[in-house]
Design a protein around this ligand. Structure first.
Ligand SMILES: O=C(O)[C@@H](CO)OP(=O)(O)O
Ligand SMILES: [Mn+2]
Ligand SMILES: [Mn+2]
Length: 558
């Protein structure tokens, strides 16, 4: 037993040997769907992934990657990277942020906790600012939760509310921002009827304003700061609906990338800069794209950009966004406590681990994989490598991204024989899929397939084992469909789907180091991403902890 009372020692697997190099490849946004013109994976040349599927039927299968299989509230919730990598790494299903906030709101605990009491102190003399993604996508935030929050603060003495909206178009259809703003304006009007001064104060597209992640581009957060805190932005409007409609009318405009704007009164003064004595809530529950803004709002010493004026505020996150950094120090709902992840077990059993991706997904194979924990468990046994992503472009401009460089790093790590597990995330299908550019997404899928090939070749050379899977769907379906599966039209054109999907994802295992007789069991038909951890632990020659979701493999005598 360790000092924490956890017994970290894993039992030897009765049949599987230790000492094989295991490559774990996560294709981001790579689901399985019928081939058709909107399935970029099927359209793309992907000889490597095709051969895994066709080559060994007992070593290829599908696993669930959405809804309750990954801890989301309902089966209508698409998967996403956070919940997907959490499940892959943790081997168990934890109720995720979306669900935890739902429960806290339903039971009323939301309004009784430390975080809420803290911000409430500003209600009498200050303004409450709510900053977050205005969307019902359910990946980072949900509109109905924002509505309940607004109603709740209205009933608890708030006098002045300012909402700083970030438009989506990534987890929901492009163009849907207009309806979301209309809905929000209605809710604010209800508060106004009760005598509460409630308005939208600023806005901008999520990829352009505030929601950067993994320090890819601090300018994104700065643009948000300027609009939300300083009340400065290149565009000024007297009303948010007009703002979104006018900005969308620009050629090539798109909800994800709307420029920052502020709402001003008749005299041209911004209606809601953040000032001393105010309270601020970032209402996204998901962590990755809130860490940077949280730092800018909370840290006294901060040098990522010039904040110009730093108001004394009471700030709370919807959730705690980084458990290691204790960031932010106040939050409304406690995050899932994801403990005893496979990464921690394996390192404590001597498995030397290498993990790599490019910036936009680096935290996925490290932070999310390790249960939302930053840093190493044991720096002597682990190495995490981040390849800088391109910034300031949309990824359809360079759909190959850094797939090749990631694969080269993985190859070198495998061939060095210094690592027992070499884990990567290949972002292409997802990041390019989110742009809605079908041609570019086809190129992206080909690039990801080539990267997989390079890693599998290296595994071949060292006599290792590979596990190739994905975290959720995206590139396999690029069109919005009706219930019967037919593409939905709007103004005579199909509606392009930029979001993730509800599709299952493939998992393939193999390689010269795989013991003969290993095959997928057929008694785990509804297996999901959380079953992968036990599978990988087995392939390293150990039995998984008994409370992990069961392994997907068995070893039959041959
Ligand atoms: O870009 C993101 O933040 C989400 C979509 O909102 O994608 P992923 O879960 O793949 O990171
Ligand atoms: Mn993903
Ligand atoms: Mn994505």
């Amino acid at each position: 037993m360790g000092s924490s009372g956890v017994s970290w020692k894993l039992a030897d697997h009765p049949k599987l040997p230790k000492g094989k190099t295991v490559a774990v490849v996560v294709l981001d946004g790579w689901g399985e769907a019928k081939p058709n013109e909107y399935n970029c994976i099927a359209t793309a040349e992907t000889p490597c992934m095709d051969s895994l599927k066709k080559g060994a039927p007992e070593l290829w299968r599908l696993v669930r990657a959405h809804g309750t299989a990954v801890g989301l509230p309902t089966e209508d919730d698409m998967g996403n990277s956070e919940v997907g990598h959490n499940a892959l790494g943790a081997g168990r299903i934890f109720a995720q942020g979306a669900k935890l906030v739902d429960i806290a709101l339903a039971t009323g605990k939301f309004f009784e906790g430390e975080g809420f009491n803290y911000i409430k102190e500003s209600f009498a003399n200050g303004t409450l600012h709510l900053i977050g993604l205005l969307s019902d996508g359910g990946v980072h935030s949900r509109l109905d939760q924002l509505q309940l929050l607004l109603k709740g603060v209205g009933e608890r003495g708030v006098k002045r509310v300012r909402v700083h909206i970030l438009t989506d178009g990534r987890d929901v259809l492009d163009g849907s921002s207009v309806e979301f703003v209309e809905t929000l304006e209605n809710d604010l009007a209800k508060l106004q009827e009760k005598g509460i001064d409630a308005k939208i104060a600023s806005g901008g597209g999520r990829m352009n304003v505030s929601m950067d992640r993994y320090e890819n581009d601090w300018n994104v957060v700065k643009r948000g700061w300027d609009a939300q805190v300083l009340g400065e932005a290149p565009y000024k409007f007297t009303n948010a609906l007009e703002a979104v409609k006018k900005l969308r009318a620009e050629p090539k405009a798109n909800d994800q990338y709307l420029p920052p704007f502020v709402i001003v009164d008749e005299s041209g003064k911004p209606v809601g800069p953040i000032v001393d004595g105010d309270a601020v809530v970032t209402f996204n529950f998901r962590a990755d794209r809130m860490v940077m803004i949280a730092k800018s709002l909370e840290y006294e010493n901060f040098d990522k950009f010039d904040r110009v004026r730093v108001p004394k505020i009471r700030y709370a996150g919807m959730l705690e966004y980084d458990g290691e950094l204790k960031l932010p120090s106040h939050y409304l709902v406690s995050p899932p406590e994801i403990d005893r992840t496979s990464g921690e077990y394996l390192v404590k059993n001597g498995i030397r681990t290498f993990a790599c991706s490019e910036t936009v997904k680096f935290g996925h194979v490290t932070f999310f994989w390790n249960g939302n924990r930053s840093g190493y468990f044991n720096a002597e046994l682990e190495k995490y490598v981040e390849i800088p992503s391109d910034s300031g472009i949309t990824f359809n401009e360079k759909p190959n991204m850094k797939a090749l460089q990631i694969a080269e790093k993985a190859r070198d790590a495998i061939l060095s024989r210094n690592f027992d597990q070499v884990r990567v995330n290949l972002p292409n299908g997802d990041m390019v899929g989110h742009t809605g550019d079908i041609e570019a997404t086809v190129v992206a899928c080909k690039a990801a397939d080539e990267a997989v090939k390079m890693i599998l070749d290296a595994i071949e050379q060292v006599g290792g084992i590979y596990v190739v899977t994905a975290d959720h769907g995206n590139a396999e379906d690029m069109v919005k469909r009706d219930k019967s599966g037919k593409p939905l039209l709007k103004d005579g054109k199909v509606q392009i789907l930029t979001s993730h999907t509800l599709e299952p994802v493939p998992i393939a295992i193999g390689g010269p180091g795989l013991s003969s007789g290993v095959r997928f069991r057929n008694d785990v038909p509804s297996g999901g991403l959380a079953n992968v951890a036990a599978t990988v632990i087995n392939l390293h020659g150990f039995e998984a902890p008994s409370d992990y979701e069961q392994t997907l493999i068995e070893v039959v005598d041959k």
